[in-house]
Design a protein around this ligand. Structure first.
Ligand SMILES: NC(=O)c1ccc[n+]([C@@H]2O[C@H](COP(=O)([O-])OP(=O)(O)OC[C@H]3O[C@@H](n4cnc5c(N)ncnc54)[C@H](O)[C@@H]3O)[C@@H](O)[C@H]2O)c1
Length: 271
């Protein structure tokens, strides 16, 4: 029996069943042709490393960023991924390239290291807006337009799993990204869409440079040493180490993995 047939008692389609085809708001993209990945925040840092790995593995990649890519020859849509119009442009850019099979919601901002009582409301909403709205729009785009077998990775943070003084807005946002991931995984499971999160620890990118400078503006080198020592492995991650975990979650190797949060943090959250 097809699982979308309505229950004769309550008249509702079971929520755990495969979505009836007439409920799909927008057609999935063609399932022929090369696999296409959309990667946000692709101009530098972790996003650039993901784009590079995917292209090496034969994917077509459409990047999105506020800034043009630094050096890389990337198929880039310049725009704010927390805005719906940018996603319309991304889907249009991806469509002729093949079958949308992966979305990496990586773009994020961390904030300025203020305690909650010092945080302006506009700053709080801006940090939430960028991190959470972009992850929602990218996840929704995958659920609406992704081919069968699409994999979504939301880049959360170790700050999505614990409290971190002076980063309250960022912590709130990354917890929300994890909640979004878990719910989307449940809703996507019978639609052929997997949704997972990666929770990086401190990683050598511009965001972390800013954290180090905030920690001790007079001596960033000393602050860097202190922060790396605080990690169980005694160092920060490279962007490529985070990208490796993301690309595994996008691959068929992780085909039965959905709704999980994969910490890649040198043991930070095990403590
Ligand atoms: N670096 C770390 O230590 C660390 C730790 C945990 C989680 N993360 C997460 O990893 C992700 C990637 O960060 P990163 O470390 O590579 O930082 P990064 O600053 O090097 O890269 C972030 C990229 O996102 C882009 N971006 C920001 N807001 C955008 C928007 N609204 N629209 C489009 N592009 C936007 C930036 O222009 C930049 O290219 C972020 O979500 C961040 O929160 C980073």
């Amino acid at each position: 029996m097809r699982s979308w047939i309505k229950c004769h008692l309550c008249g509702l389609a079971p929520s755990f069943g495969r979505e009836p085809p007439w409920n799909r708001q927008v057609q999935q993209m063609s399932e022929v042709g090369p696999r296409v990945a959309i990667v946000t925040g692709a101009s530098r840092g972790i996003g650039a490393a993901v784009a590079q790995r995917l292209r090496h593995d034969g994917w077509q990649v459409v990047g999105a960023d506020l800034d043009a890519a630094e050096g890389a020859d990337l198929n880039l849509v310049v725009g704010d991924v927390a805005r719906e119009q940018t996603w319309d442009r991304l889907i249009e850019a991806a469509r002729p390239m093949g079958s949308l099979s992966a979305v990496v919601n990586n773009a994020g901002v961390q904030g300025n290291g203020r305690h909650l009582h010092e945080t302006e409301f506009t700053d709080f909403t801006q940090i939430l807006g960028t991190n959470v709205n972009s992850a929602f729009l990218g996840t929704r785009a995958a659920l609406r337009h992704g081919a069968e077998g699409t994999s979504v990775v939301n880049v959360a943070s170790n700050a999505g799993l614990r409290g971190v003084p002076r980063y309250g807005a960022y912590v709130t946002a990354k917890h929300a990204v994890i909640g979004l991931t878990r719910t989307a995984a449940l809703e996507g499971a019978r639609r052929g869409v997997r949704v997972n999160a990666v929770a990086p620890g401190p990683t050598e990118t511009r965001i972390m440079d800013d954290v180090v400078r905030t920690f001790d503006p007079t001596s960033p080198a000393a602050a860097h040493k202190k922060l790396t020592r605080a990690n169980p492995m005694g160092r920060f991650a490279t962007p490529d180490e985070i990208a490796a975990a993301i690309v595994w979650l996008l691959s068929d190797e992780s085909g039965y993995v959905t709704g999980t949060v994969l910490s890649v943090d040198g043991g930070l959250t095990a403590a």
